[in-house]
Design a protein around this ligand. Structure first.
Ligand code: HEC
Ligand code: HEC
Ligand code: HEC
Ligand code: HEC
Ligand code: HEC
Ligand code: HEC
Ligand code: HEC
Ligand code: HEC
Ligand code: HEC
Length: 434
């Protein structure tokens, strides 16, 4: 009550203030040019006095792919922030001298320490953006990229391969090379380049596979950023292939229930003992495809039969689970047809829609429960769905019956009225003629 009154008062006060501003003529009209913000004014002044930037700009000597909105340029760190030197001097000999602390251009293997000067310095970073972590260089040094770089391999990714040197933007900016929608092509610039990867014994089709996968289609075509880009599975700075034990965990970050069910099965332990990967054995990694009931059972498309033989425990379970799923999809399918019939007769029935939604939930849950590989766990859920579908069918059929009954009633009514009208017509003619 009290909170309500306070919020009303605030709203009123705001309305008064803005009303007063309008009456005063002090509010900005839409046609006026918006004055630059204080920060923008300060930034322009900074750039005007930054001799490094000015001289390189005038000489058309700005580095390749230079971008004025680069996050460091925006934070007024500018050229000297990274390269050192004296940005106040307009003499190149002086400003780019060793005495002025000029660092020159780092070699590929020097780049991590070059960026790390600031990015590993908690005190320094806190002054700008306390939320930015300061572990990139440490993590990077544990990755295969980092390890190979320090052993002299210049083909691997260093900080600027993924971030650029002069067009660095936070991942949240759609123009950033590390924005989720751009990560796959950033990685692919090396991993899909057969010349670049020629010396290594690994495939170069990750992007190709990924772009066709459920994940790739969701991210790249539907722009669903809930779907994983390369770095969601491989990490940003610790880019390593997920190991045997961690692949399942990586997938399980998003597919929580599948992970929970799978991990609790005897099969998961058997996988570990025989060094089989978890989810990947049945779904692959880069080319994860849309699933179907065909994947379970004893048929050719069943993944179960990749490892199990006719008649063993696994194939028995697979056959039973498939039969359970089939019984549900069949009766659910019939229920959908009945619902459609009801709808085409213009008799929307809310109850049917509601029950069928529940039946669909049971089907979805049963498909996730496949990961228990146990018919005793899948069965109750499919039976639940079958019951719901059946009751939807019953309601639909009685609705359809009611409809034809009413139609019959309507038909009889019309017939009766027609007879009445004709009788009346003859009666009037009879009266007129007499
Ligand atoms: C008066 C002009 C001028 C000023 C001021 C100036 N530069 Fe340069 N800079 C140049 C020119 C010209 C080159 C290319 C020729 C060369 O390598 O000396 C260059 C080269 C560079 C290079 C590449 C060096 C290499 O080894 O390839 C970097 C990095 C650089 N400048 C950064 C800076 C920074 C940082 C500042 C300010 C502290 C700065 N410059 C100030 C004109 C200038
Ligand atoms: C975020 C740090 C950073 C900032 C800010 C920065 N540089 Fe660089 N610059 C680098 C790195 C790292 C390289 C090494 C090349 C690479 O890894 O791509 C480089 C390379 C260069 C080169 C040589 C190669 C090339 O790409 O042409 C020049 C010239 C240069 N920078 C000039 C500048 C000037 C001028 C500015 C300011 C307008 C500037 N840099 C701002 C990090 C930076
Ligand atoms: C002179 C110190 C300094 C150096 C050197 C430096 N950075 Fe930065 N960097 C910063 C600061 C400070 C910010 C935060 C700016 C802000 O948001 O106001 C930042 C921001 C970033 C961001 C955006 C982070 C986010 O999510 O908001 C990235 C990415 C980045 N830097 C990468 C690099 C790379 C790559 C290099 C080396 C080529 C580098 N930085 C070198 C100081 C530095
Ligand atoms: C293999 C590619 C790759 C390399 C190499 C790489 N980064 Fe990143 N970095 C990323 C991606 C991808 C993100 C974005 C993560 C996200 O979506 O939030 C990121 C994020 C960042 C951020 C934002 C804060 C954070 O940690 O999320 C900073 C700062 C940064 N990187 C600096 C660096 C520095 C410094 C290096 C070199 C030691 C480096 N990066 C090397 C791919 C890379
Ligand atoms: C500058 C080129 C370059 C870029 C950009 C790059 N990588 Fe790499 N990456 C390499 C090279 C070279 C190797 C070493 C291959 C090897 O030793 O098998 C490697 C190794 C890897 C490995 C280990 C492969 C193995 O041997 O099992 C993974 C995983 C990986 N990169 C993922 C990524 C991801 C994810 C991105 C983007 C966020 C990325 N890379 C960006 C060049 C690059
Ligand atoms: C859904 C998770 C996932 C996504 C997304 C993903 N990867 Fe992978 N990646 C894996 C798994 C799992 C492995 C295999 C690890 C193993 O078998 O040891 C792997 C292996 C790799 C390897 C090692 C060589 C190979 O092909 O086995 C490279 C390189 C690689 N991925 C790069 C990429 C790139 C580049 C992208 C984006 C275009 C990407 N990955 C997207 C999960 C993923
Ligand atoms: C960052 C979150 C994320 C990660 C990590 C992830 N996924 Fe997915 N996955 C999704 C999303 C979101 C979808 C839904 C895409 C769609 O339907 O458009 C999906 C879809 C799927 C599907 C298709 C489901 C269907 O309805 O047919 C399978 C199978 C799958 N993922 C398996 C995996 C496996 C295996 C891994 C690990 C190698 C993995 N996922 C890692 C988010 C993730
Ligand atoms: C032994 C084979 C096997 C393993 C291991 C496996 N799955 Fe599945 N998965 C299947 C089958 C079969 C289906 C299809 C079920 C259906 O549609 O009837 C499926 C369906 C799915 C679906 C779509 C249905 C749903 O639950 O939304 C996702 C997502 C999925 N799996 C993720 C995973 C993840 C994540 C892991 C690892 C934790 C994993 N799977 C491990 C066989 C497997
Ligand atoms: C990558 C190989 C592989 C695939 C694919 C696979 N299994 Fe298995 N499964 C195993 C192994 C290994 C065992 C353990 C063997 C043993 O204990 O005899 C096992 C054991 C089982 C068991 C017995 C568990 C127990 O209680 O002892 C069942 C049931 C089972 N699997 C069902 C399935 C079903 C259903 C599918 C398809 C959805 C499937 N499996 C796919 C490898 C696989």
């Amino acid at each position: 009550m009290k909170a309500l009154r306070i919020s009303t008062m605030i709203t009123l006060a705001l309305a008064l203030v803005s009303g007063a501003a309008l009456a005063d003529g002090t509010s900005v009209s839409a046609n006026e040019e918006v004055a630059p913000s204080d920060a923008e004014v300060a930034r322009r002044a900074f750039l005007e006095n930054d001799q490094c930037y000015q001289c390189h700009l005038e000489d058309e000597n700005l580095p390749e792919h230079f971008f004025i909105d680069d996050i460091h340029m925006q934070a007024n760190l500018s050229c000297a922030g990274c390269h050192g030197g004296d940005p106040a001097s307009d003499d190149d000999e002086e400003s780019m001298s060793e005495e002025a602390g000029f660092l020159g251009v780092p070699s590929r293997s020097e780049v991590p320490e070059f960026c790390g000067r600031c990015h590993s310095d908690i005190e320094f970073m806190r002054r700008y953006q306390p939320r930015i972590p300061t572990d990139q260089v440490n993590r990077y040094s544990t990755s295969l990229h980092g390890q190979l770089l320090s052993s002299g391999d210049d083909n691997v990714a260093n900080c600027t391969s993924c971030h650029t040197a002069h067009g660095v933007l936070p991942a949240s900016d759609a123009r950033s090379s590390v924005h989720p929608l751009n990560v796959p092509s950033t990685c692919n610039s090396c991993h899909g380049d057969t010349d670049h990867m020629a010396g290594y014994d690994i495939p170069t089709d990750q992007y190709e596979q990924y772009a066709k996968s459920v994940h790739g289609v969701a991210l790249l075509e539907k722009e669903d950023t809930g779907a994983p880009a390369c770095n969601d599975c491989h990490g940003n700075h610790g880019a390593l292939p997920p190991g045997i034990s961690s692949v399942t965990q990586v997938c399980g970050h998003c597919h929580v229930n599948n992970l929970q069910f799978f991990e609790a099965t005897p099969m998961a332990r058997a996988f570990e003992d025989s060094e089989l990967h978890g989810c990947e054995e049945c779904h692959g990694n880069h080319g994860v495809a849309r699933t179907s009931d065909e994947m379970v059972g004893t048929g050719d498309a069943s993944v179960c039969m990749d490892c199990h033989d006719d008649g063993d425990d696994g194939s028995d379970a697979a056959g039973r689970i498939r039969a359970q799923l089939d019984s549900l999809t069949e009766v659910y399918g019939i229920a959908l047809e009945r619902q459609e019939e009801v709808n085409t007769k213009g008799m929307d029935d809310v109850d049917i829609g509601f029950i069928l939604q529940e039946a669909h939930q049971s089907l979805i849950q049963a498909r996730t429960l496949v990961h228990t590989f146990d018919p005793e766990r899948v069965g109750p859920r499919t039976r639940e769905g079958v019951e719901k579908s059946k009751s939807a069918i019953e309601i639909a059929e009685s609705t359809i019956q009611e409809y034809s009954f009413r139609r019959r009633g309507f038909g009889m009514g019309t017939l009766f009225i027609t007879i009445l009208v004709i009788a009346l017509f003859f009666r009037i003619r009879q009266m007129e003629s007499s």
